[in-house]
Design a binder for this molecule. Structure first.
Ligand code: PGA
Length: 242
């Protein structure tokens, strides 16, 4: 694992954008795996800036998002569909049909999961997967569990995740289930870049880098076995690394 520690979020975000820009310049039809959440927002802002400046085009790029809530209308401001269009897709020249997000409202969720993994395969696999990490070590919505998950699947969210995300839902109940790429799906990406900032992520980062490889203690610990993982951290997130 390569670990890069930054003194501020702007330079961490720029480093993530640099990796994506370099890939797209080498391979204009690159396949990106994308994450939602606060962690990648700065990188997306930077990509929008570069795209508006004419430095970068997403015309042939394909993207696959990690996850989506189940049962939340796409138009809801808390859906990951809304997040991605607000924070990235609505401001770059990506073809809408190339920006895939799992459909958490599909009438047959099991079929949607299979079709999602199939679409990733058909696209040639993910060249670069961007990840955040949960306080409990989840990646995507792969919560601590007895075994590492394989493909895209429906999952119940844990209390830790609901507590971390419910602030966005005001008085509305937060969905308790989500559709997520599996650990196997994520692990198949050729390159992985994981972003983490703040003290609340320090324990999860320590477990990811130095803990036992354990789906219960820290789902992200499986990344120790991946050949091309870079962690982009701020000093607080890196503070428990020995
Ligand atoms: P965050 O979420 O980027 O909003 O901290 C990350 C996650 O829970 O996976």
């Amino acid at each position: 694992m390569k670990i890069c520690v930054f003194s501020d979020y702007t330079s961490l975000s720029a480093a993530c954008a640099d990796g994506i820009e370099t890939l797209i310049k080498e391979k204009p039809d690159a396949v990106l795996g994308l994450a939602t959440g606060a962690s990648p927002e700065g990188a997306y802002e930077e990509l929008i800036r570069r795209s508006r400046a004419g430095e970068l085009s997403f015309r042939a790029v394909k993207t696959f998002n990690l996850d989506e809530y189940c049962g939340l209308p796409r138009a809801d401001r808390n859906s990951y569909y809304s997040f991605m269009w607000e924070h990235l897709f609505g401001h770059i020249d990506i073809a809408p049909e190339n920006a895939r997000i799992p459909d958490g409202n599909a009438p047959d969720l099991a079929a949607e999961c299979l079709a999602y993994d199939e679409a990733i395969k058909e696209a040639g696999g993910i060249d670069l997967q961007v990840l955040g990490i949960g306080r409990n070590g989840h990646i995507g919505f792969n919560e601590p569990a007895d075994a590492f998950t394989k493909g895209t699947h429906v999952t119940r969210l844990t209390k830790s995740t609901i507590d971390a995300n419910k602030r966005y839902f005001d008085d509305n109940p937060m969905p308790e289930a989500a559709i997520t790429m599996g650990i196997g799906t994520i692990f198949s990406a050729k390159r992985i870049v994981l972003l983490a900032t703040g003290k609340k992520k320090a324990e999860a980062i320590k477990n990811t880098v130095q803990g036992d490889i354990s789906p219960r203690q820290c789902p992200a610990s499986i990344l120790q076995l991946h050949p091309d993982v870079t962690l982009l951290l701020d000093e607080e997130a890196a503070s428990l690394l020995g």
